[in-house]
Design a protein around this ligand. Structure first.
Ligand code: ADP
Length: 352
């Protein structure tokens, strides 16, 4: 990827937003989205994701910073015509039928009658809603409304599609369909920008992600880049937890710097080691590194329960981003405010 501005679908620098009343929703956001990728912006509720999207869509104004969308400055009117937008919590009039919604949006885009009818039919088909074309929106489920919302975002054949929480309230089948649609959009040459707090969704579809916390981007890159240096092996032994540390320490090769408590030690070959209960974690993806440790365990008569290579999930990365390393507690969701109050980290396993 080069640094040429035309290669970026979105390039924002030091964007800030303070709402009336003093909420600092964005505190200097730098973000770049390459053309032709599915990019995921994730963060806890209130971290500023929608604010950023609204700034790019010129729904609200930024307080500071600069940026370009599709190579033109934010708010360049002709460029807005090349963007499709699914707002969060969108609502169509309940009395309109799905087909009418799309034709209405097509009309707003200046399409003639024949074109908008044709485009509406194509898009209803693409989002698997043809059978519901003549049903009023008020009878749609949440998932159907989201499908229709995605269809209306595509009416103008956009180069960039901004989807704010597209899978919100959608069942698993619907979510898979939406993922497939995103992939298809990229195959058609579009760039897709997704906003979501559903980490597993983003992990499955995005080529790159940014993690936003309290109005700042904490990290961005491919998931591979973000997990670099955090891949590891975990060796779990079947032993009395009270004596596990003793067994695991004695299996480390001579010359290793032994970990103390929950801290890290180092193998003679340089990799970090950590002991947690009956688990030994080794910061390596190479089987050669762990082989001597396994040999030592067996020689010492220790029963090995499992040996597994581990790669942090997007959820692990996310939890790291929202956790204060000194206290181990999660940062308050929402914009960074005057309050310094913190909450306990949410349980791993749930969507943040
Ligand atoms: P997210 O999309 O990540 O859930 P938002 O961008 O909606 O976050 O909100 C970021 C912060 O800005 C939150 O603290 C929210 O309460 C605040 N906020 C959002 N919209 C407004 C508004 N119109 N006026 C005042 N504060 C707002």
């Amino acid at each position: 990827m080069s640094d040429t501005p035309t290669e970026w679908a979105i390039d924002v620098q030091n964007v800030k937003k303070t709402y009336r009343g003093g909420t600092k929703a964005l505190r200097g956001v730098d973000l770049r989205v390459a053309k032709g990728e599915v990019f995921g912006l994730l963060g806890p509720n209130g971290s500023g994701k929608s604010t950023l999207v609204k700034i790019m869509m010129t729904v609200i104004r930024r307080s500071a910073g600069k940026g370009s969308v599709l190579g033109e400055p934010i708010a360049h009117k002709p460029t807005l015509r090349k963007i499709g937008y699914l707002p969060e919590h969108h609502r169509f009039p309940g009395y309109l039928k799905g087909k009418q919604v799309l034709e209405y949006v097509g009309g707003l885009q200046g399409m003639d009658r024949t074109t908008k009818k044709k485009r509406a039919a194509e898009l209803l088909d693409a989002v698997k809603m043809t059978d519901w074309a003549k049903t009023p929106v008020k009878r749609y489920s949440k998932g159907m409304r989201q499908r229709l919302g995605i269809a209306q975002a595509l009416i103008n054949d956009p180069d960039l599609v901004m989807l704010d929480e597209p899978t919100d309230g959608v069942d698993p089948v619907g979510r898979r369909d939406i993922r497939d649609l995103c992939k298809r959009m990229v195959d058609e040459g579009r760039t897709v920008f997704l906003n979501s707090h559903l980490l597993s969704e983003l992990e499955m579809v995005c080529s790159r992600v940014a993690i936003m916390v309290q109005g700042e981007v904490r990290s961005q890159g491919t998931i591979n880049e973000l997990v670099q240096g955090q891949e590891r092996y975990e060796i779990v032994i079947a032993a009395d937890p009270a004596r596990a540390a003793e067994f695991l320490l004695s299996a480390l090769p001579p010359g290793a710097e032994r970990p103390e408590g929950a801290g890290r030690g180092t193998l003679p070959s340089g990799e970090w080691v950590e002991i947690s209960g009956t688990t030994l974690k080794i910061g390596s993806t190479q089987p050669e590194t762990i082989a001597p440790v396994l040999d030592n365990l067996r020689r010492g008569g220790v029963l090995i329960h499992t040996v597994r290579p581990m790669r942090p999930s997007l959820e692990d990365l996310f939890m790291q981003a929202v956790t204060d390393p000194t206290t181990g507690e999660a940062l308050m969701p929402g914009a960074a405010g005057k309050k310094k109050k913190r909450t306990k980290a949410p349980r791993a396993g749930g969507d943040a």
